[in-house]
Every structure is written in structure tokens, then in C-alpha cells.
Design a binder for this molecule. Sequence first.
Ligand SMILES: Cc1ncc(COP(=O)(O)O)c(C=O)c1O
Length: 456
Amino acid sequence: MTMTNDELQAAARRHLWMHFTRLSSYADHDVPVIVRGQGAYVYDQDGKRYLDGLSGLFTVQVGHGRTELAEAAAKQAAELAYFPLWSYAHPSAIELADRVASLAPGDLNRVFFTTGGSEAVESAWKLARQYFKAIGQPERWKVVSRDIAYHGTTMGALSITGVPAMKTAFEPLVPGAIKAPNTNFYRAPEHGDDLEAFGVWAADEIERAMLREGPETVAAVFLEPVQNSGGCFTPPPGYFARVREICDRYGVLLVSDEVICAWGRLGHYFAAERYGYQPDMITTAKGLTSGYSPLGALITSDRLIEPFLDGTETFLHGITFAGHPVSSAVALANLDVFAREDLTGHVRSHEPMFRAELEALRDLPIVGDVRGDGFFYGIELVKDKQTRETFNDDESERLLRRFLSPRLFEAGLICRADDRGDPVIQLAPPLICGEEQFAEISGILRTVLEEAWKQI
Ligand SMILES: Cc1ncc(COP(=O)(O)O)c(C=O)c1O
């Protein structure tokens, strides 16, 4: 690095367009510049240490500073830095497809690589459309997804996304993206006292959405195993079994969007395993390489590839950098670490300890709900615990954006204060974390949330 700290600040303000960032907030604050990472921690330009409670962006499963992954990247770049998967193949993508197929649930064994999550979601919708055209059901092209769910930012994926504030600036979006309620039991509009009955209601709402549109026009349902946006909405018992039945009844494909939930986040390679359902497609990215290089994937089955195996039919879709040799080599090294260190087992055995640390925060007046599974939790903040009253826009702005986000960072914890739904703090630490980091996370949260309560 050749720039001084001051030069980095000046150049960041002048030239770098940060994503989903209100740039004006850095007019009188430094841009946080992270320069290195080790294990569960990252360090800024002044050498200050932070616990990475969000794994970068739900991504760095094996933790920072793994030289083995860096070496795999260097070795691959020296041998074959780039070649496309358009008509050609290269050994790393082939080996990785084989490895992913061996880990994916049930009959999912065909891997279409992308460079990230939005492209995986986009690819899934495009495949569903072309597949149905190829098998003589051209009227099936719509998709159902859930309110407040985030599925990415490209126009198709953004249409599937259910966060209105992220969409209005880009309307009109892709037609045919229908919304159904999510599984926010804390704010259940029906059956708020009976989780299973709520799950039946929420699954049936998907069916009702299909029936309103005409189920013969619906190609796919896109669901996250645990919905991130809104704050870790877990599936009620029986929910996915019922959604699966509904999809089968109407010949609709079930897409499990595991961009966050796969790769150990919920204690399994794929979260569909945890909740016991078989999707027709899985979309994934992030933790596949632990973020050491960008990569995403759409995983599907012999059934969906079948029309493309004979004759002239071709899936008319591709991305220059998808399945990049360096990223594929990194993913293979990443999955070696997973296997050697049994990271999925580590998450399963340490989940109760992490959950207990966070559950203990329920005694704070501002903590309304703590929810999630594995190493993936949301803490919903409320103005009144008894009535579950939430904060209005002004209070949310003051509390989340102006106070909590900078204060948590200053206190040495990177996590996310999110108001895409009701205000939540999101946590998804690297999968190597244990007792020490859990205590550190809950200690910082307790101090800062107590301060926040005094600010209201
Ligand atoms: C469930 C889900 N789908 C899709 C995406 C989009 O992924 P990307 O940012 O890699 O395009 C995300 C990103 O967080 C996600 O959480």
C-alpha cells in the first residue's frame, strides 16, 4: 500500500463509490478503512481491532488470514489465471462442481457457476423460464417470494426482492414477481400464540398468492431457509414441508436461496438439510469461498438440465467471470478447511452457547426479540416491550443510523443495525468463533444497547 492514512481518506471520499452507502454520512466522519484480518478479527488503518460479527457480509466462514486459501489462489493464477466456462472447462471448476454436487442435498447435482448471489438468483429465474418453455409450458414464468426478503440487486433479483424502499427508484421492474407474507412470528398477523398454526397460515399464503395469479402461470417460489432481511425469520415447524407440497401440487419449482444460509451458517453445508426439505434449485455464493475470491452458484438437478442435454437447446445465459479458475481453486481449498476442521459440526455444537449469550440480552428494555439458528441471529429492538411498539422513521434514523451503527463500531464490534424491516441488529460471526467471541459480542451489545435506551 502506498497511500498514507490521510491520502486514503481523501481518495476514498473523492473517488470510491461505496455500495448501499449514504455518502453524506462520511462528510464529517472518517471512512472506516479495514486493512487486514486474522481469525475472527479485522484491523483498521490505525491498528484498532474489531470483532467481525458479520463475517464481512455473511461471507468469511473460515475466518480471516488463512494463508492456505491465498496460496491456492496464487497457485491457480500462476497455472491458469483465466479461462471461460463458455464451451470450455478447466479442472478447478470441474472439481468444484463435483465437490458441490457431492455435498448438495438429494438429487441436486448440476452446478451452474456465477460470480455472486444476485447472478445466481437471476440465473435461477431465467432457467425456470427457459425450462418451462422447453418442456411446453411457456405460460409459466412468474415467481413468488416473501415480503421484506432480500434476493439481490440486478433487475430480476431486485424484482424478487421484497423490500419496497430498495425498489421504487428502479420501477418499473420485471413483471410477474409476486409477494407473500414471511414467517415473522413476533409480528404474526394471525395465530400469534401458536407457532405451528402460524406456519400453516404462512405456507398457505404462498398457495393463495399462486391461486390469485393462476398457479399454471407460476414457475418458481424463492425462499431463504432463514430470511435475513427483517431479522432472521426462521421457518416454523412443518412450514417447508407444506410449501414443498404446495409447489408439487401446482408443478411449481422450489428455489432455496442459500446465498447466506449455506456453507455452515446454520450448521450444515446446505440449510435445506437442517429444515428437512428438498428444493429443486439452490442459489448460493458468499461462504462458498469464504470471500477470499468472488463466486456464486446455481445448483440444480438432472430433471431441470434434461431439456438441455439433447439436440440444439442451450441455456442462453453466461457470465465472463463465472466459475473463475482462481475462485474455484479457492472454493476447493475453503471446503478442505471445512472438512478438516469440521466447521459444520463446530457450529452445531456451539450454537446453544451463542444463542444463550444473546438470549440473556432479553432483560434489556430495548430488546424485543432474539431469533435465528446456527451462527445467524437477529435482535429486534423495540420502544415498548409489552406492546411491541416499534420506532418511527425519525427514531429509527436517530437510533440506528446516527447512534447504534457508529457506536458499535467504535466499541469494536462489526455487526449490522438494519431497518429494512423493523429495526434489528444482525449477527453472523465467522464459523470458528467460540466462547470468548460470544462473550465479547454480548458484552459490547449490552453496553451499547443500554446507552441506546438512554438516548431515546
Ligand atoms: C439471500 C440473498 N440472495 C441474494 C443475495 C445477493 O448476493 P450478491 O450480493 O452476492 O449479489 C444476497 C446478498 O446478501 C442474499 O442475502
